[in-house]
Design a binder for this molecule. Structure first.
Ligand SMILES: Cc1cc2nc3c(=O)[nH]c(=O)nc-3n(C[C@H](O)[C@H](O)[C@H](O)COP(=O)(O)OP(=O)(O)OC[C@H]3O[C@@H](n4cnc5c(N)ncnc54)[C@H](O)[C@@H]3O)c2cc1C
Length: 442
């Protein structure tokens, strides 16, 4: 007898995980609270509901999310199959007919002979047996409390996302920035982006007037009190930022030997040093406005933002301290997590984590060695990013080439480099699945 797996939440991650398990012969109970109870953002009775945009973003191979989708297709993702079948024209992106897509996923899951679906809220982590928790960014309060108790502390679960943008190191203009710590304390860990008075004037004016993102009904304005968005701080006065995150003292510019007028600090976000975050720049601006205004910081004129700043309700784990790269709880590997709850960000990323958690759970139950996708693949890189213990200020993140292992050879041009990374990743996935005896056919 093979163990039955309880999957909590029939969103993108939960449906994908359940499907991968069942396709490998492992029986599943999939427990979803809809339509009995709805989160503030869900409204349809169907599974795999797209709560906002109907776009799964780029489908181009020079884009990391395009690569991730192709990897998922190769690994026979149910979500990708249904998305492709319900595609609507959207240029280079994969957009779907949201209703048709959700109906198709629901029908496939409900008709699978090894998946039993039940309606009801999961309120605890079952004391025994394999389980995958995939209840998403709007996980109910009772279950959130149970998860917190399971990990033994408040600091392990975040209830909202107040995140600053992340940029790639290679896109920072280092001719206009310098490494230093304030007053030379510790190592020269920060990248400092100086501004002259004129540059600060323009930046301050544009930031104060920039457009904020629409507030969705589920968002709780109160959460902003303890963590002020950088644009709100800017509106408080011309110099507020210069006494806050843009404080210039103790950071002399090596080019002039003097403290600049204002300085934006970037802190290293991963051990590889490929990604940096803008310190104190949690923001509620729209994504185009973040691109426009933050590129006025001289060293960031061409910065590639791999993760935009956001402020909204988003329950997610401090995964680097809690999970391993198979999405297993380090303290009790029979309990796995998948989807946005693990700190991956986005529809496709949530799907990828569901797929990986499902495959690894099946292989463990079937007593097979783990698949362990490496950091050279987008799916593996995501899993390794969320479980990377060197990431100290963990924030949910979209897939991007910056978290993947760099190429060994030098390739000129960004597009060519990204295409080379994609080719390498797809080769590895093909090789891995050709050796995966459990890889299911549809
Ligand atoms: C408002 C909002 C808008 C977003 N917009 C986008 C976007 O446009 N593009 C994008 O790429 N990403 C977006 N995201 C981020 C993310 O990609 C989605 O939230 C994605 O759906 C996450 O997938 P998931 O499977 O982890 O969770 P979900 O898709 O949310 O699935 C979780 C499921 O678990 C159920 N559930 C919750 N608690 C319980 C419980 N205790 N017991 C039983 N069932 C439970 C829920 O009803 C839901 O069906 C958005 C997130 C939010 C909150």
């Amino acid at each position: 007898m093979v163990d039955k797996v309880l999957v909590a939440g029939a969103g993108l991650a939960g449906c994908e995980a359940a499907w991968q398990l069942a396709q490998r012969g492992v029986p599943v109970t999939l427990l979803e609270m809809k339509p009995e109870r709805m989160t503030p953002a869900h409204s349809s009775e169907h599974f795999a509901e797209l709560v906002c945009s109907n776009s799964l973003r780029s489908d181009q191979m020079e884009n990391a999310v395009g690569l991730l989708k192709e990897e998922l297709r190769l690994m026979r993702s149910l979500i990708l199959r249904c998305a492709d079948e319900h595609r609507v024209e959207a240029g280079g992106a994969l957009a779907v007919d949201r209703e048709g897509f959700s109906r198709a996923v629901t029908a496939a899951v409900k008709s699978h002979p090894l998946i039993e679906t039940k309606t009801g809220e999961v309120t605890e982590i079952p004391p025994e047996g394999p389980v995958i928790i995939a209840t998403g960014p709007l996980t109910t309060q009772t279950l959130s409390e149970a998860i917190r108790a399971f990990f033994g502390g408040a600091e392990y679960l975040n209830f909202y996302d107040a995140a600053a943008p992340l940029v790639t190191f290679e896109s920072i203009d280092m001719d206009r920035a310098y490494f230093a710590s304030r007053y030379g304390r510790g190592g020269a860990d920060y990248i400092n982006c100086p501004m002259s008075e004129e540059e600060y004037e323009v930046f301050h004016r544009e930031l104060s007037a920039a457009q904020e993102a629409k507030v969705h009904g589920f968002e709780d304005r109160k959460v902003f009190e303890g963590c002020m968005p950088v644009e709100v701080m800017a509106r408080r006065g011309r110099d507020t930022l210069r006494y806050g995150p843009l404080k210039p003292v103790g950071l002399p510019d090596p080019k002039t030997g003097r403290d600049p007028y204002a300085v934006v600090q970037l802190r290293r976000d991963n051990a590889a040093g490929s990604i940096y975050n803008l310190v104190g720049f949690q923001t509620h601006l729209t994504f185009p406005e973040q691109r426009r205004v933050f590129s006025m910081i001289p060293a960031l004129h061409s910065a590639q933002i791999v993760r935009y700043g956001v402020m909204h309700r988003n329950t997610y784990l401090d995964s680097p301290r809690l999970l391993n790269h198979r999405y297993e709880a380090r303290r009790e590997p029979r309990v796995r997590f998948a989807g946005q709850l693990t700190g991956v960000e986005g529809y496709v990323e949530s799907t990828a984590s569901g797929l990986a958690a499902g495959i690894e759970a099946a292989r463990s139950i079937l007593q097979m060695p783990p698949l362990d996708l490496p950091r050279e693949t987008a799916t593996g890189a995501l899993a390794r990013y969320i479980s990377d213990e060197t990431v100290t200020h963990f924030q949910p993140m979209n897939v991007n080439f910056g978290i993947m292992a760099p190429l060994e050879e030098r390739v000129r041009g960004k597009k060519e480099k990204n295409l080379a990374l994609s080719r390498r990743a797809l080769e590895i996935i093909r090789e891995k699945i050709s050796g995966d005896e459990t890889a299911p056919a549809f």
